[in-house]
Design a protein around this ligand. Structure first.
Ligand SMILES: [Zn+2]
Length: 172
């Protein structure tokens, strides 16, 4: 209960103007083509049992809300550039931890965790660096996935709160 309330407060804080991204999943406005690519890609990923098994932990959700989309998008671009961006990324296939940051989880969920997955899912050739356009586009995909997780969590909190307030007398 206490946890829920805390989470709820953080989610409400995220609705404040300073963090409001106008319902847009990424910080910079998306052009129509990118927005379409993101929605098609998320739809395609949803058909994969493996990819759709990833979800943000409560800790990751709280971290994402606390930092705000601009910071998280900055981290996404930074991880993509440093861990996947070069011609031959170090430890390719194992460079993205399973947990520890919302972007890591989002990368596994969106098949942007390593160049092998990027190649299979997004047809990005191996053996060449990622372009800035690709880093921005995959970062936008990651941010859209995270935004959707936050939405789902917020809906869950709303439902739980309704149940909580109905049972308040018994629990307190
Ligand atoms: Zn991978």
């Amino acid at each position: 209960m206490k946890m829920m309330k805390k989470n709820r407060e953080k989610i409400e804080q995220a609705d404040q103007p300073s963090l409001d991204v106008g319902g847009d999943p990424v910080v910079q406005p998306l052009d129509e083509q990118t927005a379409e690519w993101i929605s098609e890609t998320l739809n395609r990923l949803s058909h994969s049992h493996f990819r759709s098994s990833f979800h943000l932990s409560r800790h990751d959700l709280e971290y994402a809300l606390e930092k705000g989309p601009e910071t998280i998008a900055f981290h996404a671009r930074d991880f993509l550039r440093r861990r996947l961006g070069s011609v031959h990324p170090l430890k390719d296939g194992r460079q993205t931890p399973w947990r520890g940051h919302p972007v890591f989880t989002a990368q596994h969920a969106t098949a942007t965790c390593c160049r092998g997955c990027m190649n299979r899912w997004h047809h990005i050739p191996l053996g060449r660096p990622l372009s800035d356009e690709e880093i921005n586009r995959f970062s936008a995909l990651i941010m859209a996935w995270i935004a959707r997780e936050v939405e789902i969590a917020q809906a869950d909190v709303d439902n739980t709160n309704n149940v909580d307030s109905a049972n308040n007398d018994e629990k307190q």
